[in-house]
Design a protein around this ligand. Structure first.
Ligand code: ADP
Ligand code: MG
Length: 230
């Protein structure tokens, strides 16, 4: 919705700055990691501390790579893509994680034309959103993914889960950087996802009800080469 997009816009400047800093943080992190690994065998009884340091470094590295996505890649390759194939690839990637929790994927892909997009960025968006759904379901849930054509030359992807939902007091915070209710969350997934979709001239909307579930609606423009053929 408008509110999310406005937030994303305000954050894109901060995002670009953050991405620049993230790049600079990478090199010293790598050298820190190397030296801790070198030290580790000589620490003997204190080896546990080295392991903690390494796993904390891993976490910094993870957050930094999430931030890096905010920088506009130089070679943004917008191509005509099959959204259905892309979604199927993402679902295959997440299948084992879902299986572990007995979560079913229910898909209903209406016939839809190719969209205009950057494959890796869009994959990242759907991974973020579907991972959130997996994380929101404690066990035995369902994630429904459907696509359909809209009248305005856009394709709608609807992703719905019957997970824990978001309580009303937090709804406004969705998409704010670093807002997370998870112990190991970064609170960057939704912000990055809505920014990527906005960069694609699409729209990103999330609605949620506590203990009921969450619905994410994403629209993307169809590819130029498809206009008129549908
Ligand atoms: P993270 O997953 O690292 O916490 P996100 O930006 O992906 O960061 O999500 C932010 C917060 O929004 C989550 O911590 C969670 O509280 C809420 N949220 C997002 N998607 C869902 C969902 N499908 N079901 C329930 N809560 C969600
Ligand atoms: Mg997330």
């Amino acid at each position: 919705n408008e509110e999310l997009l406005r937030k994303a816009e305000k954050l894109s400047l901060i995002g670009e700055l953050a991405a620049g800093i993230a790049h600079e943080i990478r090199n010293p992190l790598t050298s820190l990691k190397g030296f801790i690994q070198l030290l580790s065998p000589s620490l003997q009884d204190n080896k546990l501390y080295a392991d903690i340091m390494l796993s904390e470094l891993e976490r910094i590295n993870f957050i930094v790579s999430e931030l890096l996505v905010l920088s506009k890649p130089q070679n943004l390759q917008i191509k005509s893509l099959s959204l259905v194939v892309l979604l199927q690839n993402v679902l295959a990637l997440l299948a084992s994680e879902a299986n572990l929790k007995n979560i079913r994927f229910q898909t209903s892909f209406g016939k839809c034309p190719n969209i205009a997009g950057e494959e890796n960025q869009l994959k990242q968006v759907f991974i973020n959103v579907i991972k959130n759904s997996i994380e929101a379901i404690s066990e035995n849930g369902e994630i429904r993914i459907s696509t359909r054509m809209l009248p305005n030359r856009q394709v709608l992807v609807r992703l719905a889960d019957n997970g824990c939902g978001v309580s009303e007091e937090y709804i406004a915070k969705l998409g704010e950087p670093f807002f997370t209710t998870k112990e190991k969350g970064t609170g960057l997934g939704l912000m990055i996802s809505s920014k990527i979709i906005k960069d694609h001239n699409g729209s990103f909307q999330i609605t949620s009800k506590k203990n009921k579930g969450t619905v994410v609606k994403i629209t993307l423009p169809i590819a130029e080469d498809q206009i008129g053929s549908s």
